[in-house]
Design a protein around this ligand. Structure first.
Ligand SMILES: Cc1cc2nc3c(=O)[nH]c(=O)nc-3n(C[C@H](O)[C@H](O)[C@H](O)COP(=O)(O)O)c2cc1C
Length: 151
C-alpha cells in the first residue's frame, strides 16, 4: 500500500459540543447517485465512538502546508474524547449542516451523513452521503507516499 499515493484528509465530528478529528488517507469516492463517499475508521480510534453517536462527519482535504495538522490529528497524545476539545487552537469553522469542524486553509470540505457502516476487520467502513461541499482556492495538495508526507 505504501506504493499507492493518496491525499490526506482530516475527518471530524462534533458530539455533546466536543469536536473530534482523525487523520485519514483511506477516504475515497464511492457513488454518484446517491452521492456517497467512504473511509475506514479504526475500531480503537478515539473518533470511532463519537462518530457512531453523531451520525454526521466532515472531511477537510489537506493542502501541502497542512502537514502539522496531519501529524497532530494522527497523534495519540492529543486531547482524548473525555478530555478537552481536539480542535482547540486549530483555526476552523463549523460545517453549515452538521456543525462538524472544517479546517481553515484546506483545499476542499465536505459534510456527510452516515449512510451505512460495514465491518472491515479492525476497522469500520463508514459510508456517508454528502450533504454539503465547498472548494477553496487552488493550491498544491498534501500527499502520502512510501509512509511519508509529500507535496
Ligand atoms: C497519513 C495517515 C493516514 C491515516 N489514515 C487512517 C485511516 O484512514 N483510518 C484510520 O482509522 N486511521 C488512520 N490513520 C491513523 C490515525 O490517524 C491514528 O492512528 C489516530 O490518531 C489514532 O489515535 P486516536 O485513537 O487518538 O485517534 C492515519 C494516519 C496517518 C499518519
Amino acid at each position: 500500500m505504501s506504493q499507492y499515493a493518496t491525499g490526506i484528509t482530516v475527518v471530524s465530528t462534533v458530539v455533546d459540543g466536543r469536536r473530534h478529528g482523525l487523520t485519514v488517507n483511506s477516504f475515497a469516492s464511492l457513488s454518484l447517485q446517491p452521492l456517497l463517499a467512504m473511509f475506514g475508521c479504526a475500531l480503537d480510534a478515539a473518533l470511532h465512538e463519537p462518530l457512531s453517536r453523531s451520525g454526521t462527519w466532515a472531511v477537510s482535504v489537506l493542502a501541502a502546508d497542512q502537514q502539522p495538522a496531519a501529524a497532530y490529528f494522527a497523534t495519540r497524545e492529543r486531547p482524548g474524547p473525555a478530555g478537552t476539545d481536539q480542535f482547540d487552537g486549530w483555526p476552523c469553522r463549523p460545517g453549515p449542516v452538521t456543525g462538524a469542524p472544517l479546517l481553515d486553509g484546506a483545499l476542499a470540505w465536505m459534510e456527510l451523513r452516515t449512510w451505512a457502516t460495514y465491518a472491515g476487520g479492525d476497522h469500520t467502513i463508514v459510508v456517508g452521503e454528502v450533504v454539503s461541499m465547498e472548494v477553496g482556492p487552488e493550491r498544491p495538495p498534501l500527499l502520502y507516499f512510501r509512509s511519508d508526507y509529500r507535496a
